[in-house]
Design a protein around this ligand. Sequence first.
Ligand code: GBH
Length: 456
Amino acid sequence: MSYEFPPGFEWGVATAAYQIEGAIAAGGRKPSVWDTFSALPGRILQGATGAIACDHYHRYAEDVKWMAELGIKHYRFSLAWSRIIPDGRGSVNETGIDFYRRLLDCLQHYGITPHATLFHWDSPQALEELYGSWQSRDMAQDFADYATAVVSRLGDRITSWMTINEIVCFTHIGYDVNRIPVHAPGTSVASLKQVWQTSHHALLAHGLACQAIRAASPGPCSVALVDNFVPTVPLTESAADIAAARQAFHLHGTNGGILEPALTGAYSPALLAQLGENAPEIRDGDLAIVHQPLDWIGFNSYFGTYARAAETPAGYEVLPFPQGYPQLNMPWLHFVPDCLYWGIRHLSETLNRPDLPVRVTENGCAGQDSLTEAGEVLDSDRILFLRQYLRSAHRAIQEGYPLQGYFAWTLMDNFEWAYGCDRRFGLLYTDYETQRRIPKASFHWYRECIRQNRVV
Ligand code: GBH
């Protein structure tokens, strides 16, 4: 098997603003909830913050040069809301916009197509103080206004837009019931209903932003949502286990309450029944707003959960990972390459959206990377990981599923949220002392895949 991809397959890398930019007070930027959260003692491993991160704000030109060296033609990045509208609502900071113009011009110089995410978790602190950010329905309209501000200014340089990255990560992981959550804003709330309300508001924000992007774009553009739904993977590919995985999908993780309403216009009925009084308040007309036509869907693929047919009332069971199951250097990052294929197939078959083009907008892993005496990083574990997931992508294409592109997470080691700078996901090793980027073995391997347009 040569694992060749079709001509035009989009090879890329992905990053996010707060994880790489640093320069948190430069050019009129005001704090986001991640600045506040990471400054609190004990929230982030080794007390790291994103204050400097990879200093990409100042070093973007060098970073884009590395992308060109890697051979990618597509780059996914995010914009920092509080750089562009520092108070979250109200006046636009043109200096913030200018930074992205410089970045975009540099990408264009190297022939790299930008794919921009409007929001990757860094809500303006001002809106947290004003109304508790995602706890308020007002956040949705403020987000849509921010989308208008961005697209009307940068729509000449960007035509591929993503509204929001991974709703669950700043709602269900940012708000928790009677427990300190691990992500910003880190608010403890009284009920699960309040948690679901935050993700419902984020879905509304997504819907209103889709409308705002299309209204503000000076020319044709495409609009997507990016989600990290968790695929259920049939333990064997028997017809019974496949049916079990499809049944299990809706109630697994938050699949039925985030991806499902966005793509089908309805929360999973089974999920709503299970939530009972903890279901969010959904007003008349909300689901029509949430269910905007999308040009494609972004799938962040990291792990999945095995399911099989079983003699349970539901007719299936989801399986815990056995002791010793292979995983990468994060507690949740089990090695399940088939989840990439099954995620795409569930979009098509289980949510009945075979029409919807897919991009894998993130896939990657943390290793315990270190420099050898010769100054190399020999991350054969990352090569193993990426190679197997890419083979799974290849299978999806071979079977006719509409997978258009693949973005490795991530260009360079960066601020890994609650894990600070301790966990490295990059193809480039970041020396945080000197800000030097050092290509890992996986960088050279990925470049070869791109050059040959196949999994090598
Ligand atoms: C991606 O999320 C993010 O988009 C990206 O910014 C990040 O750097 C990358 O992953 C690597 O982590 O057990 O409560 O700690 C991936 C989805 C979200 C999956 C958080 C694991 C752990 C929740 N991840 N989740 S918890």
